[in-house]
Design a protein around this ligand. Structure first.
Ligand code: FEO
Length: 169
């Protein structure tokens, strides 16, 4: 495997685990505010990010190249209102999309078609992640300021259930 592609794929393991840690922190924020549904939504988001990390980890192992695990950064954002959390989530997903695109570009440059095919799932997934984050902001914008509506939105988010990723390596 090309050294640059290898380095970026290895870094992505850490980025995805950081994403899981970040969303766990978001879940923790909402739990403390008594919004269990939002806490559930971000808890499942954290589980999905852990799955993403493990897909990169497994892909490198399957390719028989070394995996190096680095320290995971501390989630250090402080929020003064709920909407800030949701917006931070969308910004983070856009950042992750840019990382996936960078790896894809590096793989494309060296005609690493197998890595490109592996990343195709993530390209699609990032589209869904950004849509989900956007939808949440729209709903919060519409209903967040009314306590009864916020209660119902919280109930809706409480119903989200975890499902394993459709990509199996
Ligand atoms: Fe693993 Fe939310 O991107």
């Amino acid at each position: 495997m090309d050294a640059k592609v290898h380095e970026l794929l290895n870094q992505q393991i850490n980025k995805e685990f950081y994403s899981a840690y970040l969303y766990l922190d978001f879940s923790n924020y909402f739990k403390a505010k008594g919004l269990d549904g939002f806490a559930n939504w971000y808890m499942i988001q954290a589980q999905e990010e852990r799955d993403h990390a493990m897909l990169f980890y497994t892909y490198l192992q399957n390719e028989d190249v070394p995996v190096t695990l680095e320290a995971i950064a501390k989630p250090d954002k402080v929020f003064s209102e709920h909407m800030e959390v949701l917006k931070a989530g969308l910004e983070h997903e856009k950042y992750v999309t840019s990382l996936i695109n960078d790896i894809y570009g590096a793989a494309y440059d060296v005609r690493d078609f197998r890595t490109m095919q592996f990343l195709d799932w993530f390209v699609k997934e990032q589209g869904e992640e950004e849509t989900n984050a956007n939808d949440l902001i729209t709903k919060m914008d519409l209903f967040g300021s009314d306590p009864k509506s916020l209660y119902m939105l919280n109930q809706e988010l409480a119903a989200r259930i975890y499902s394993a990723p459709s990509l199996v390596l």
